[in-house]
Design a binder for this molecule. Structure first.
Ligand code: 3PG
Length: 216
C-alpha cells in the first residue's frame, strides 16, 4: 500500500465518522455492550485507547462481535504499540504525539495512522514523513480553533482531527473549520456511564450528536 493510499483510507474513515469516541475501557466485559451502544446511536468508528491492561482484548472482542464497528487503536506511543494494533487487525491507529521512531515505523507500515501534533514543528515532522492528516492534541488547551487557523496559514492543506476538550458545546464549531475532517473525544462515552452500564444513555447521546453534527 502506498503512503497516499494509506492516508486516503484514513481520511475516508474519519470523514465517514464525523465524531470519534475516545474509549478507555477498564473492564473487558464492557467492551461489546459499549460498542453495541455506540453503533446503535450511529457512531461506528471507535478509538480504543491503549490506556488500560484490557485494551487490546477489548478491541479484539469488539471486532469479533460487533462487525458494524470500525475499530482503531489510540494512545499509540511507540513502534511496539503500532505493531500490536496492526497484528490485531485494527482499521487505523492514532497517537497523541509523535516521536521520530514512531513516525518512521508508521511511514514504513501500512496501517492508516494519524500522529498527534500541537505545534508547527511537530506538524512539519509529521508532514516530512508523509502524514498530512493529523490529530491536533490537546486541541482546546493548545489554543483551540484560533491556534488551528494560525497553523493553517503556513500549512493550508493539512487535515485535522482535533481532540482534547471537545464536547457537545463546541464540536459543531470545530467541524465547521475547513481543515477539520472529524472530531474526537471522550464525551460520548463518559466513564460513569460505562461503569454503571448505562448503554441506553450512551446510545441516546450518540444519536443526538450524530443528528446535530452529521450532514444527512
Ligand atoms: C484523547 O486522547 O484524544 C483525549 O484524551 C480526549 O480528550 P477529552 O477527554 O478531553 O475528550
Amino acid at each position: 500500500m502506498t503512503a497516499a493510499v494509506r492516508q486516503e483510507k484514513l481520511a475516508a474513515i474519519f470523514k465517514s465518522a464525523v465524531v470519534i469516541p475516545v474509549l478507555t475501557i477498564e473492564r473487558l466485559e464492557d467492551a461489546v455492550p459499549l460498542a453495541r451502544a455506540l453503533v446503535a446511536g450511529g457512531v461506528r468508528v471507535l478509538e480504543v485507547t491503549l490506556r488500560t491492561p484490557v485494551a487490546i482484548e477489548a478491541a479484539k472482542a469488539m471486532m469479533a462481535e460487533v462487525p458494524e464497528a470500525v475499530v482503531g487503536i489510540g494512545t499509540i506511543l511507540n513502534a511496539d504499540d503500532l505493531a500490536r494494533a496492526r497484528a490485531l487487525g485494527a482499521q487505523f491507529g492514532i497517537s497523541p504525539g509523535a516521536t521520530p521512531e514512531l513516525l518512521q515505523a508508521a511511514a514504513a507500515g501500512d496501517l492508516p495512522f494519524a500522529p498527534g501534533i500541537a505545534t508547527a514543528s511537530e506538524l512539519m515532522q509529521a508532514l516530512a514523513h508523509g502524514f498530512d492528516l493529523v490529530k491536533f492534541f490537546p486541541a482546546e488547551p493548545s489554543g483551540g480553533i484560533k491556534a488551528l487557523r494560525a497553523l493553517a496559514g503556513p500549512f493550508p492543506n493539512i487535515r485535522v482531527c482535533p481532540t482534547g476538550g471537545i464536547g457537545e458545546a463546541n464540536a459543531a464549531s470545530w467541524l465547521a473549520d475547513p481543515n477539520v475532517v472529524a472530531v474526537g473525544g471522550s464525551w460520548l462515552c463518559p466513564a460513569a456511564a460505562i461503569r454503571s452500564g448505562n448503554w441506553a444513555g450512551i446510545t441516546a447521546m450518540c444519536a443526538r450528536a450524530i443528528k446535530s453534527l452529521k450532514p444527512a
